[in-house]
Each structure stands twice: as structure tokens, then as C-alpha cells.
Design a protein around this ligand. Structure first.
Ligand code: PEP
Ligand code: MG
Length: 574
């Protein structure tokens, strides 16, 4: 008997399409014993040897990932390893719980890691939230090793499948028999979760935030995953199958065409030069940037160096990380953003007080200006690294001139200190993120004080529209298509052109093909995005005429709401 066709919507994170049967992957919950430790010495020994086995297990994941996926994705397990080896937030607190509260090793480990998971889950920042899944993965590895339970694995799949799961941890992905996986759809996750990153590197179609399938009998059902439009079609009709075939052909054709743009410059059809660059989080991401033809790094989010550890990275550690990226980019412009944490992004080592309204609180440059003990080592590391490449130092969350001048003063002081010590200092360019409406409104003044702007559309939209990032209840209001956001972008870009400084963009909107013609028309010369979006964006940019894009901007800026803007951009501009 034919089962009923059902469509589950979700958010595509690795574009593509697959047709196979559903394999439901459900993780069995591990039961944690709660009886107290009988022999404290024995229990601490049991924990320490399980921790060592966990390290060996993750080292194996790292080696496999390096071979199968490359340096960028293997870096995930490097981060796992640094957490496992972090005495301050893992080994010591767990040993303390065993020794002072007589908890058994599994119970103590479960408690400590659950606290870390909660810390990340409670963050308002979607990137930090998504790291909670990594922490849960490490918890699972350690607890299983203490209890001697083998890992559930996706390593032996004997037919082509679309995997449906609540979420997939990096270790699930590492062991997966990817040759048989036609697609992945998960209920949780987000665009920067590791499942999304690894799927997109491996070219597996994937979707997150899939609608609930609880009321359906899905295991083994035939399905089409369309991870371009965000549909999982269960029990597809002949018509669905025909459409799937057409979409697959189109995607294959596009992939071949995109590679032709790998070594081309980003130049419009009427000869205007732009740069399409990559956003990165950790130094090893630079390989994905280069593999996708990035013409520079438009945003290195330095806060990733501070995450997943119990202390602050030293000046020397930071210097090495920044130097690695600058060298790897061989003279191309690399923008490193100073620390953007605080308030919502809780880093345990900072011991920051909780805030009622963290997005409007003491974060980013506000925090750095009040904590010279943290900021100065970063500025010194950046200045030293600047001698090894073409560096731009960018200050985040600038809302007033006073903050910019104070940050520049500290930078000048760090440079004087280094020169006084006889250390080589580069000549970095100085820039700010335009991500708070006040900075966009006053852009002409800021332009006199800096060498470049980079527009952060994620925060600019959040602050302009008073709609919190990552809050599903106001997701519908948070749109970069909103004319108010576009007007602010245009004001900042116009001020930069007038002052003859570079204007770039590093928020998510930079990689949106519908908006690209507008940004070209606004003269935003550097567009920085996740590496996988670079080639399609370059292909599109090379087909545009700047003069036509300028006309389009004029038209769009007369409109009153986001839907009208989107409709016009989708219409082909009639
Ligand atoms: C932005 O706000 O657009 C941006 C790029 O910064 P982040 O997403 O890191 O806040
Ligand atoms: Mg921001």
C-alpha cells in the first residue's frame, strides 16, 4: 500500500539533493550510575585512565578526519583534544567531585560536562550555542570510556540512505560511511554546526531544523532531500522524482561551471574590480579559504582562539596563530577582528558577571577597553604578526567616536612598547565593523579615522530592527532585505567612497546572491563569506554590470518594506 506523501521543511546548510531511504539514527541514552564511589583512589584512577583512552579515541578521529576531510575539519577534533586536556575545566573539577563528594567517576564526569554544555547552550550567540553539541559529544566519549560502553556508529551502512537524527556530533560524522549517505536532515543544529561544515566539505546535501517527524513512521521510507529549497519529501510521487532528477542535473552543471572561477579575479562585466574573500574562525580554516579561491580574509573571528579552553591565549600563542594565517595568505589582505566576546558569549576564564540584556551589554570593544590586561596582549600579538603579511586590524561593535579613539590610542601604545623592546612591528591598516546603527549614521566621521569599514549585517540588522539574533520568535522580523538596514548600509558605503577608503562586508548577507547586485551597486568592494559561497558569488559578480547595479540600488532604496525588496530582487528587476 502506498504511504502518504509528506513534506518536512528545514533549513538547508549544505546545498544538494539526494534520493534514498530514510535511516533513523537514534542515540541510546547512557544510564549513569549514581551510587557513591566505594574506593576514592580506585575511582580517581578509573577516571584518569578513561580520560587517557578518550584522548586516544579522539586522536584517532583526528587522524581519520585529516585523511578524509583535510586540515580544516580535522581541527574540530583538535578542539576536542584541547578540552579533554584542559585541567582547569575538566580534570581538576572532576577529580575534586570524586575526592570531596565521593561521586563515582561517571557521575562526576557527567555533572561537570553537563555544566559546560549548559554554559554554551545558555549563550545568546548562535555560534556558541552550536558549540554546545561539541561539548555534549566530548561528554559522551568520556562517560562511555568510564563505563566501558562502545560507541554507536554509522561506520557500516549497507545501502544508500538519508540519515534522519536529532543531531549528529562531530564524532558521529567522523566515523560515518559517507559513500552510502545521500543526505542528512537533523532536527537541531544550525548553519555553523560541525555537521553542517563537514557535510558541505564532503558535498553531502544537508538540512538542519527539520520539522518534527514524531507522528510519522519514517524509518525505511523512500525520501528525497532537496537541500537547496529545504524540503524532505517522504514517499515522493513520480513528479517529485522527475523534479529531483532535473535539480540534480542542474546542480552538477553548476558545480562544473563554478570551478572555472577558481583562479579568476572578481571583475564585473564592465570591468570593475571587487574582492571576494573568506570568513574564518580558526587558523586551519585558511585551507578551505584558499581551496575556494578566496582573494583575502575579510573576517578572522579571533574569539574562536579563546573558546573551548579555561584560560586566555597568551600573546605568543596569538602571535603564532595570526602569523600562520598571514603567511598562508601570502600577501593577500587579511582582516583580523579583535576579541568579540562578553555578555552573551561567556568565556569561563573571563569570569564575567551575568547581564540582563547581554546583546546591549559589555561585549566586544566595550569589554576590551575595560580590560587592558586582555586587550593589550592581543594588540601586541597583532602588531608583531603584522610584520609577516598584509594585515588589517578591525575593532568590533564600535558605537561612538570615543571608543574608536581609545582603541587607536591603545594600539599606538602597544606599538611604542614593542618598538622600545626592539621588536619588529608591521604597518597594519586599521578598520572598524559597521554593525551598530550609530556607526552607520556617523560613517562620514569614522571614515576620517580609519583605513577601512566592514559591514556586519548580522548585528546591524539585529540592532536596527530590534530583533534578537537566534531568537526564533522574531526570526521573521530580522531581515537584511529591510529597507532601513539597506539604507544604513548604503550610508556607510557612500561615506567610505567619499573618503576614498575601502568598504567591505562580512555579515551573512554578503554571501546572499539576491543581495549581491545591490552591494556591487553600492560600491562595497570586498565581500567576505563562508568559503563554500565564494565561487557561486564570483560567477554571479562576473556577470553583472556595475552601472545597472547602481540603477537597481536607486530603485530599491525607494521601497518601504522587506517583502517588496525581496520581490523586486527575485523578479529580475522588472
Ligand atoms: C556581523 O555582526 O555581521 C558579524 C559579521 O559579526 P558576528 O556575526 O561575529 O557578530
Ligand atoms: Mg557582529
Amino acid at each position: 500500500m502506498r504511504k502518504e506523501r509528506t513534506v518536512l521543511r528545514g533549513r538547508p546548510v549544505s546545498p544538494g539533493a539526494g534520493f534514498a531511504e530514510i535511516m533513523l539514527f537514534k542515540k541510546e541514552a547512557v544510564k549513569i550510575p549514581e551510587e557513591p564511589a566505594a574506593d576514592i583512589e580506585q575511582e580517581t584512577g578509573r577516571f584518569l585512565s578513561a580520560l587517557r583512552r578518550a584522548v586516544v579515541e579522539v586522536e584517532q578521529f583526528y587522524a581519520d578526519a585529516l585523511e578524509r576531510l583535510g586540515e580544516t575539519e580535522a581541527g574540530i577534533f583538535d578542539a576536542h583534544l584541547s578540552i579533554l586536556k584542559d585541567e582547569y575545566s575538566v580534570e581538576q573539577p572532576i577529580l575534586d567531585m570524586i575526592r570531596t563528594r565521593s561521586l563515582n567517576a561517571a557521575h562526576a564526569a557527567e555533572k561537570q560536562f553537563s555544566e559546560l554544555v549548559e554554559l554554551f547552550t545558555g549563550s545568546d550567540d548562535p555560534i556558541f550555542k552550536e558549540r554546545a553539541a561539541d561539548m555534549a559529544d566530548i561528554k559522551d566519549i568520556v562517560v562511555r570510556n568510564i563505563l566501558g560502553i562502545p560507541k554507536q556508529s554509522l561506520s557500516k551502512i549497507n545501502r544508500d540512505v538519508i540519515i534522519l537524527a536529532d543531531d549528529l556530533a562531530p564524532s558521529d560524522m567522523a566515523g560515518m560511511d559517507t559513500a552510502r549517505v545521500a543526505g542528512i536532515a537533523v532536527r537541531l543544529g544550525g548553519p555553523t554546526s560541525h555537521m553542517a561544515i563537514i557535510s558541505s566539505t564532503l558535498g553531502i546535501p544537508a538540512m538542519v531544523r527539520t520539522e518534527s517527524w514524531d507522528a510519522l513512521d519514517v524509518n525505511g521510507a523512500p525520501a528525497i532531500l532537496d537541500a537547496v529549497h529545504g524540503d524532505l519529501v517522504l514517499h515522493p510521487t513520480d513528479n517529485d522524482i522527475n523534479e529531483f532528477r532535473l535539480l540534480s542535473q542542474k546542480l552538477k552543471h553548476e558545480a562544473v561551471e563554478n570551478t572555472a572561477y577558481l583562479n579568476r579575479e572578481s571583475v564585473t562585466a564592465d570591468g570593475e574590480r571587487f574582492h571576494i574573500c573568506a570568513n574564518i574562525g580558526i587558523p586551519s580554516d585558511v585551507s578551505a579559504a584558499r581551496d575556494n579561491g578566496a582573494e583575502g580574509i575579510g573576517l578572522f573571528r579571533s574569539e574562536f582562539l579563546y573558546m573551548n579552553r579555561g584560560d586566555i591565549p597568551t600573546e605568543d600563542e596569538q602571535f603564532e596563530a595570526y602569523k600562520t594565517v598571514l603567511r598562508a595568505m601570502g600577501g593577500k589582505f587579511v582582516i583580523i577582528r579583535t576579541l568579540d566576546v562578553g555578555g552573551d558569549k561567556e568565556l569561563p576564564a573571563l569570569h564575567l558577571p551575568r547581564e540582563e540584556n547581554p546583546f546591549l551589554g559589555c561585549r566586544a570593544i566595550r569589554l576590551c577597553l575595560s580590560r587592558e590586561d586582555i586587550f593589550m596582549p592581543q594588540l601586541r600579538a597583532l602588531l608583531r604578526a603584522g610584520a609577516f603579511g598584509n594585515l588589517g586590524i578591525m575593532f568590533p561593535m564600535i558605537s561612538s567616536m570615543r571608543e574608536l579613539l581609545a582603541a587607536k590610542d591603545l594600539l599606538a601604545r602597544a606599538a611604542d612598547e614593542l618598538r622600545g623592546e626592539g621588536t619588529a612591528v608591521g604597518k597594519p591598516k586599521i578598520g572598524i565593523m559597521i554593525e551598530i546603527p550609530s556607526a552607520a549614521v556617523l560613517a562620514e566621521h569614522f571614515a576620517e579615522e580609519v583605513d577601512f569599514f566592514s559591514i556586519g549585517t548580522n548585528d546591524l540588522a539585529q540592532y536596527t530592527l530590534a530583533a534578537e539574533r537566534g531568537n526564533p520568535n522574531v526570526e521573521h522580523l530580522l531581515s537584511p532585505y529591510h529597507p532601513a538596514v539597506l539604507r544604513l548600509i548604503s550610508m556607510a558605503a557612500g561615506a567610505a567612497s567619499k573618503a576614498r577608503i575601502m568598504c567591505g562586508m562580512c555579515g551573512e548577507a554578503a554571501g546572499d546572491p539576491l543581495l549581491l547586485p545591490l552591494f556591487v551597486g553600492m560600491d562595497i568592494r570586498e565581500l567576505s563569506m563562508s568559503p563554500s559561497k565564494i565561487l557561486p558569488a564570483r560567477k554571479l559578480l562576473c556577470s553583472l554590470r556595475k552601472d545597472k547595479c547602481v540603477e537597481l540600488v536607486k530603485k530599491v532604496l525607494t521601497l518601504a518594506d522587506a517583502d517588496q525588496v525581496k520581490a523586486l530582487l527575485q523578479s529580475g528587476y522588472e
